[in-house]
Design a protein around this ligand. Sequence first.
Ligand SMILES: Cc1cc2nc3c(=O)[nH]c(=O)nc-3n(C[C@H](O)[C@H](O)[C@H](O)COP(=O)(O)OP(=O)(O)OC[C@H]3O[C@@H](n4cnc5c(N)ncnc54)[C@H](O)[C@@H]3O)c2cc1C
Length: 473
Amino acid sequence: MIRKTDHQTIAPYLKDASNYSGGCADAVLIPETVDELVEFLQSNSLPVTIAGAGTGLTASRIPHSGVIVSLERFNAIGETGEGWIDVGPAVSLADLQEHLRATSYYYPPNPTETLASIGGTVATNASGSRSYKLGVTRDYVLEADVVLADGKTVSLKRGQPVSEPLKLNDGSQIQFPEVDYVSPAFKNAAGYYVRPGMDWLDLFIGSDGTLGIFTRLRLKLLPQPAQILSGILFFNEEENCWRLVEKIRAMKNGPRISPMALEYFDRFSLDKLRPKHGAIPGSARAALFFEQDVARDEDYDATLEAWFEFLSQEEVSLDDSWFAQNEKDIKRFHQFRHDIPIIINEENSRLGRTKMGTDMAVSNEHFMEMMQVYQNELSKSGLEYVVFGHLGDNHLHINLLPGPQQLDLAKTTYDTLVEQVLKWKGTVSAEHGIGKLKKPYFAKMAGDHGLKELKKIKQALDPKNLLGRENIL
Ligand SMILES: Cc1cc2nc3c(=O)[nH]c(=O)nc-3n(C[C@H](O)[C@H](O)[C@H](O)COP(=O)(O)OP(=O)(O)OC[C@H]3O[C@@H](n4cnc5c(N)ncnc54)[C@H](O)[C@@H]3O)c2cc1C
């Protein structure tokens, strides 16, 4: 096992995309085999934090003490079968997508940051633009080889419910504790996943590096659609965009109009994008990026026609909107979507601004109310901000952009929005996870009793509290 102890080599592992500073570790350990990892953990008593690719937004991979274990050598793409593929946790989404390009399959989870490792995306139950129709990472994990904090190993598969004990590879067993905590039924990445009928595998997915270390993952793949229909619609009023999304949702994935992505940009996001994307219409105050998978070539024209017919009756600036003509346009639209968090993150780093981005979601019934409250509270605050993200899932990223004297104001504004979302029984994290940065919000969401219940789960799997210490709980 490679062991690095000099500060310069450790420093890059003490960063992620959250701009968090203050991490500390004695060493970075880089196992080359599962046996090396197991051997180390069997005699270890130090806190262990797992490093993925460091694209996380919650400082979950940044420890305050102990050692960092990087799985970077587990970067091989393994066996493939009909509709599945085995990967090492360090394989990046970009490499997986590239590998699958030559096949008739694709991997649907699409957090826009393709440098993320598969291990990291499973640990955070990442999702992205396509989750509106195709679901989240959890829906695409079929199996996982996991090493627990004490070095014991377990092979997790679908169909191993938590109502039965977890059978470890050495023959020992772990019982799922009795808990009355239940996770929200909509898009959620906050806290451990606890739902009726769940598998053990579900528990480990989204556990933010606190319950076990993934060393191999078997992922479910879907057949490549024949075509992707994609466009960016522009609106002169933000509310027109919100209402359009409500109408699309009411069609409940109809025979023709059935998008997999409905991604929002408010007027301030468009302002940030304008210097790079000069063709954004001057009158646009909101945009919606939509994408639909079309299974058969022969259905493409009818699908496109259905969209035009539908949109022509809505308050969309159709003449100004963009529709992809080819693969290059589709990529360009993805880049357009990816550019907004990138621009904000770059601005934050350049100005030394603390990242203050929300990741909250609510159930469908509160959608319009949520949009109104967000708009009212944000304009009332007088802060600079942008709002973008997964409108189809009622899941937006509000990025507050406070000046140096406005930090307290930004925090109060964030708190007000959290209070409101929790009144609607929403989640404080729908995709990035809790990590270290969103812990105070998760504590509010779960309440004292909820946290106590979740600690029973942590206790059952990592009684010495070594893995991912200070994440989530
Ligand atoms: C510009 C930008 C856009 C983004 N857009 C999205 C988006 O649309 N949707 C979304 O969901 N996320 C998004 N993200 C967040 C990020 O990409 C995800 O959180 C990603 O899943 C983290 O993967 P990583 O490999 O970088 O993990 P890291 O940041 O290194 O670690 C994240 C967590 O995973 C744990 N972990 C890593 N590997 C393992 C392993 N093998 N076993 C157990 N635990 C492990 C770590 O301990 C840590 O707790 C975005 C980030 C950026 C920078």
